[in-house]
Design a protein around this ligand. Structure first.
Ligand code: HPA
Length: 249
């Protein structure tokens, strides 16, 4: 499989097993990407790594230049993106530190630049987004998780909120009624921009906490960090197995 990129989110600003060979700074028509693109080797395969929130972690979800990030990856010839993201768990299966490979999205974010197809002279383009994630990449990740013995949920609906604040309990109740299993702040417009540029895109959602109102008490950063520490270690292991597997296919 050619040109694989990993976008790391909260709790995964660096991929410790990635042997970095070079870092590329890319200028785009949309401005600067979140960070330099680290080009290296993971388990013997070429992988490009980008820290979504910058390195160090400093760019809030609504301030991320999603267009520049996806455009930059396209410039580097990326054909497949694995997007790792921290989320809150809404439905009972989505327990903290668990991993889900979501299959659907509901977008509640607003005010973010969410399309490449709006420049002067561009024809109006309505891309298909019925199934927002690459089914091929989803199947491969699910298979890799089985091989690695890492428990995952193979489906789930990801609701993307604006942040940076967490949601109210009522908002989460409404999202659950809408059909959301997970809540995060960065899944959109990242997924749709990848689709617009013809890049296969899949998400590895790592559950950091029970979403608002789903557990007693406040959601604390300490709780989030503790769960992410465990969940991201599993996600990093899953990525290693995935990369080894695809190099055989
Ligand atoms: N809500 C939104 N985004 C998140 C959460 C949450 O509870 N946890 C981690 N990212």
């Amino acid at each position: 499989m050619n040109h694989l990129a990993i976008i790391g989110g909260t709790g995964l600003s660096q991929l410790s097993d990635l042997k970095i060979i070079k870092s590329e700074q890319i200028a785009t028509p949309y401005g600067a990407p979140s960070a330099d693109f680290n080009i290296g080797e993971l388990n013997g395969k070429q992988v490009i790594f980008l820290a979504r929130h910058g390195n160090p972690h400093a760019i809030a979800p609504h301030k991320i230049n999603y267009c520049a990030n996806i455009w930059g990856l396209k410039q580097l010839g990326v054909e497949n993106i694995i997007a790792v993201a921290a989320v809150g768990g809404i439905t009972p299966e989505m327990v903290p530190a668990h991993i889900t490979i979501p299959d659907q999205i509901i977008d509640y974010s607003y005010g973010r630049k969410h399309t490449f197809f709006e420049d002067e002279g561009e024809p109006v383009t309505h891309i298909d987004f019925s199934y927002p994630y690459s089914q091929t990449l989803r199947s491969k990740l699910i298979h890799a998780a089985k091989q690695a013995g890492i428990p995952i949920s193979p489906i789930g609906t990801y609701g993307c909120t604006q942040g940076p604040r967490l949601e109210t309990a009522a908002e989460i109740k409404r999202m659950e009624q809408d059909g959301c299993d997970l809540v995060g702040m960065t899944g959109m417009p990242e997924a749709v921009l990848a689709r617009e540029l013809g890049i296969n895109y899949v998400a590895v959602a790592v559950i950091a906490n029970w979403a608002a109102g789903k557990a007693e008490g406040e959601i604390t950063m300490a709780e989030i960090e503790q769960n992410l520490h465990k969940g991201m270690a599993n996600a990093a292991e899953l990525l290693k197995i995935f990369v080894a597997m695809i190099s055989e296919s």
